[in-house]
Write a protein that binds this ligand. Structure first.
Ligand code: G4P
Length: 526
């Protein structure tokens, strides 16, 4: 197969949802279709329950297990599908944001009863920033939930994206009969069964009286009425609108019952994008270019202190990766070759000889060669953009609790930050180090890992901060004035950029109105 054909048949995407909407269940059913697993219940993957914070070791254990399922590749109808798993626990949201930089499209799972939830909203924001094409799967139709029209309105308003149903539920809960597959003009009738693949009946004209034989008189009348409304309100599905991230097709089903999943998958492989061009600082890189390039979007550390080892996850942006060929680590300006890169086929890792644009490979990294955002190429100096850090939600001072272990602590903090475990800001006024996270769990993870991997002991001290924002301005005088006025609250991030530490929303608003020429950013990428 030619390089172009290999790339064109790849679909790399992530399934995202608020915890409990059904992401794990849907992933598992997709794997069943791909023949990648044979029984339901095989994927427990990143299913991290809302555990008490003291249970974070358990969570890390699960995270460890989930390395193999971080990326799940399988073949379906000659399409190579790569699903990137994302942690369910919101304290690891930053991981999810970064994973979204490595996908070409996204499926969002929404619970019919709960509608759009906080985590969904946040994740959608990241998709919108990157114009990532999005398909929505409304799950749990076997339960009572909202009226589907109301839900469509909610999706549109809350996720700020136009929607277009491509399947439509026939009743719900106990009375759920199935869905009308608008995309393929088929009637899919529901039989509750966790293993079975659904049977479809071609049905291109729902005006036909036979519809009543299948779903009963009342349901048939309702479906006809609903379809009339859909066709009146929504424009016909426009694939280009979807590909540009402006329109989300919506499917309905029940992942647990394996219902509506095949319809979703069959449509997905037809409309979802193959690997897309990626912006580097220097130029736009096309996936079909013959020269290899890729970037590290995730580093997964093994928590076992006896053999500290990491896997760096690389998204291949262009060309073909080959085993034992020299590639340039751009930040270190060094040639490296890899004999044991791994590919992820369903639940096992295997050594790869070659992989193509769109694929994800894992590079073993025991000596912290890589950090998030690093670029590897066949030689050209490229720097891929688009691995944002978000303003953290929680902050603490980190202090050395053992004066003899100062160096170990420094090294540990630096390496953990390179891995993207949390964000480090150094206060320019007093030189103190501040760690910013999205959740309490990350502080515990850092403390534990510093102790067990670096033999360093840290102590946390409280700091009351509302937000950290990156600042910039074309007006150098105003910028300098601001920094002088706020000198106690000025810090630098890992890359030496100016960060303002606002201790309240009020202070931030005052700063914004007093210094109109300064831009305050809430993500590190602007
Ligand atoms: P998540 O990864 O998004 O967190 O969700 P997950 O798939 O783990 O699903 C959350 C719960 O919702 C699970 O129940 C799962 O069985 C259930 N679920 C998923 N899809 C459907 C569906 O279509 N209909 C119904 N009725 N339930 C669904 P649980 O009791 O929390 O876990 P488990 O013991 O079943 O594993």
């Amino acid at each position: 197969m030619s390089l172009n054909d290999e790339i064109a048949r790849r679909r790399t995407f992530a399934i995202i949802s608020h915890p409990d909407a059904g992401k794990t269940t849907l992933t598992e059913k997709l794997l069943l279709f791909g023949g990648a697993i044979h029984i339901a219940g095989a994927v427990k993957s990143n299913k991290i329950k809302k555990t008490a914070t003291s249970d974070w070791m358990e969570i890390e254990k699960q995270r460890g297990i989930s390395v193999a399922t971080s990326v799940m590749g399988f073949e379906y109808n000659n399409i190579k599908i790569n699903i990137l798993d994302t942690p369910g626990h919101q304290d690891f949201a930053e991981d999810t944001f970064r994973t979204l930089t490595a996908v070409d499209s996204v499926i969002i799972v929404v619970d019919i009863a709960k509608g759009v939830e906080t985590q969904t909203r946040k994740l959608m924001e990241v998709c919108r920033m990157r114009n990532t094409p999005v398909i929505i799967f409304v799950n749990k139709l076997d339960r009572e939930g909202q009226n589907p029209f109301d839900l469509l309105d909610e999706l549109e308003a809350e996720l700020q994206i136009a929607v277009r149903p491509l399947s439509w539920p026939i009743n719900q809960g106990q009375r759920f009969k199935g869905v009308y597959n608008i995309f393929e003009e088929k009637l899919d009738l529901f039989t509750p069964n966790k293993q079975m693949v659904t049977e479809s009946i071609a049905f291109n004209d729902i005006a036909k009286p036979e519809l009543e034989d299948y779903i009963g008189k009342e349901n048939a009348a309702q479906l006809r009425e609903d379809m009339e409304l859909i066709n009146g309100v929504y424009n016909p599905f426009d694939k280009n609108e979807y590909l540009s991230g402006k329109l989300a097709p919506v499917f309905f089903g029940s992942a647990l019952n394996n219902f509506g999943v095949k319809e979703l998958l069959d449509c997905f492989i037809q409309i979802a994008p193959s690997p897309r061009p990626i912006k580097a600082e220097e130029r736009v890189v096309q996936p079909e270019e013959t020269q290899f390039s890729g970037f590290i979007f995730k580093i997964h550390a093994n928590m076992d202190p006896n053999h500290r080892s990491c896997i760096a996850f690389v998204k291949i942006c262009s060309g073909k990766f080959e085993r034992n060929v020299n590639y340039k680590h751009i930040r270190h300006n060094k040639l490296l070759k890899f004999s044991s890169a791994t590919a992820f086929m369903a639940q096992k890792k295997e050594t790869v000889d070659e992989a193509f644009a769109g694929d994800i490979i894992g590079l073993p990294d025991s000596s912290s060669t890589f950090k998030i955002g690093d670029t590897l190429t066949a030689g050209e100096a490229l720097h891929f953009k688009g691995i944002p850090s978000f303003s953290p939600e929680m902050f603490k001072y980190i202090e050395n609790a053992d004066p003899m272990k100062f160096k170990q602590l420094e090294k540990g903090i630096n390496q953990l930050m390179d891995e993207g475990v949390a964000q480090l800001f150094v206060n320019q006024f007093n030189g103190r180090k501040i760690i910013g996270t999205v959740g309490q769990l990350q502080f515990e993870v850092i403390q534990y890992r510093l102790e067990h991997e670096y033999n360093a002991i840290c102590r946390w001290e409280p700091i009351s901060l509302y937000k950290a924002c990156w600042i910039e301005s074309d007006d150098k005088v105003q910028l300098e004035n601001f920094k002088k006025r706020k000198q106690q609250f000025m810090a630098v991030d890992k890359s030496g950029r100016d960060v303002f530490l606002a201790d309240s929303n009020y202070v931030l608003q005052m700063a914004q109105s007093d210094f109109p020429k300064i831009k305050f950013h809430f993500t590190s990428e602007f």
